[in-house]
Design a protein around this ligand. Structure first.
Ligand code: PMP
Length: 454
């Protein structure tokens, strides 16, 4: 890669000049938070931009600059920031209490909505996050099958707990974190994405596989796109072997369709994990699926079952009333499919426009994605889409990606890494602004010697 030192530093200088108050906050944060941030994904060089407020598709930095936002609350905000109905529902609930330490009607209405919208959901249990949802799904699959191993795929992300922090980014045979016991890692069997033969080989070789877990929209939020024949084959194979198929719909749920990727693709998993849009932009997650599997959370008139047979589950904020209020206000809108259609259409406009900019400038690369999610991959000549997981990770998380995001922030757009999560609040005017910003950002990258790649 041809990064000439001096001009690349100029990009960082321009960034620092543009966001001085963010820099001041980042300096303070570095003495409070390890890494200066509260989520690994928000770690950014030379420093993270800090946001003061947000509305619709926009957010404003503490430096006073308006940004078109493509993070959308890490994907939680299909309706955009501060959707009026969601905000009103949360405000109304605030006056009625934020935690009852008891069952309540709102959590029930929320659960009924999930059952109505998500095709595979016969029962649901709420958690507080997506990480907790995948943790619970694995526990349920293990309780149900009496087996211990889980197959997951290179590049697929399922939260940060020990059972899934493996095979997420290259090198795929190394855990994604220090501090995970080797015994735990040995419960995970990895397979390349979209490789049915590799999954079959695991299932042929052993009889202790409880579950296959995957992001149905493709690994790392669609960065490694799914193959629909593979998904269908995986459904048939897992059903045949009595292995629990878990769709992690934390991103795709209520986004790819009101009923998630399983509705869009017409493939029904045994269990589904959800979060983000599920809770209307507030904290919350869930596991839903077959009644005979979720039944492992049920109580029987049998002390032995209750103590030794069932799967236990606690969580102070499960089914929280504020989250339930936001969720109902959000999911009742999602039920019409209109927010999904709007966000999908804007994302398609963006994908076409961004590809056009790359073509006009004769820059190699591609734009990946479907529904309201996509990734821009600036590639070396000769690489073709979709690329290997190792290539797309290198190109969307490395120095080129960092420079692109810096340049886009300077130009008024906050890309999610090199990609975007689009909301129903984004408009064609946002598309036009973003395409101009992308063109100007690429000019900056050429001037900085970051592009073209060789
Ligand atoms: N699964 C997927 C597919 C995700 O994208 C995420 C979060 N980005 C998670 C699980 C974890 O969710 P949370 O951050 O709520 O723990």
């Amino acid at each position: 890669m041809a990064v000439t030192r001096q001009p690349a530093l100029e990009l960082a200088d321009a960034f620092a000049q543009r966001f001085p108050q963010s820099l001041a906050l980042a300096s303070r944060a570095a003495t409070v938070f390890p890494g200066g941030v509260t989520h690994d994904s928000r770690h950014f060089a030379p420093f993270a931009v800090a946001v003061d407020r947000a509305q619709g598709a926009r957010k404003w930095t503490v430096d006073g600059h308006e940004l078109v936002d493509y993070w959308m609350g890490h994907g939680a905000l299909l309706l955009g920031h501060n959707d009026p109905a969601v905000a009103a529902a949360v405000q109304a609930q605030l006056g009625r209490g934020t935690h009852y330490g008891a069952s309540h009607a709102l959590e029930l209405a929320w659960g009924e909505l999930v059952l109505r919208l998500v095709p595979s959901a016969e029962r649901v249990r709420f958690t507080s996050s997506g990480t907790e949802a995948t943790l619970m799904a694995l526990r349920l699959a293990r309780a149900f099958t009496g087996r211990s191993k889980v197959v997951k795929f290179h590049g697929h992300f399922h939260g940060w707990h020990d059972y899934v922090a493996y095979g997420v980014s290259p090198p795929f045979d190394a855990p994604n974190s220090a501090g995970i016991p080797a015994e735990t890692l040995s419960t995970v069997l990895l397979a390349p994405p979209n490789d049915l033969a590799a999954v079959r080989a695991h299932l042929d070789a052993r009889d202790d596989v409880a579950a296959v877990l995957l992001e149905p929209g493709g690994g790392s939020n669609g960065l490694v796109p799914p193959d629909l024949d593979f998904l269908g084959g995986l459904r048939a194979l897992t059903a045949e072997r009595g292995v629990v198929l878990i769709f992690d719909e934390v991103i795709t749920g209520f986004r790819y369709a009101p009923g998630g990727a399983q509705q869009r693709y017409g493939i029904t998993p045994d269990l589904t994990t959800m979060a983000k849009i599920l809770a209307g932009g507030l904290p919350g997650g869930a596991v839903a699926g077959r009644a005979d599997i979720l039944e492992y959370l049920d109580y029987h008139d049998d002390p032995r079952w209750n103590r030794h047979g069932r799967a236990s589950h606690q969580g102070t904020f499960n089914g929280n009333p504020l989250s339930a209020a936001a969720a109902i206000a959000c999911l009742t809108q999602v039920a019409s499919g209109e927010p999904n259609r709007k966000a999908d259409a804007i994302a398609e406009e963006l994908r076409a426009g961004l590809k056009g900019v790359l073509q006009r400038r004769s820059l190699p690369g591609w734009v990946n994605g479907e529904s309201s999610v996509f990734h821009i991959v600036l590639a070396e000549p000769g690489l073709t889409p979709p690329g290997t997981p190792a290539d797309v990770f290198r190109l969307t998380r490395g120095p080129v990606a960092n420079a692109l995001r810096q340049a886009m922030l300077i130009e008024g757009v906050d890309l999610m890494h090199t990609g975007a999560i689009v909301s129903a609040a984004h408009t064609s005017a946002d598309v036009a602004f973003t395409l101009d910003a992308f063109d100007r950002a690429l000019t900056r990258l050429e001037a900085a010697g970051v592009l073209p790649l060789e």
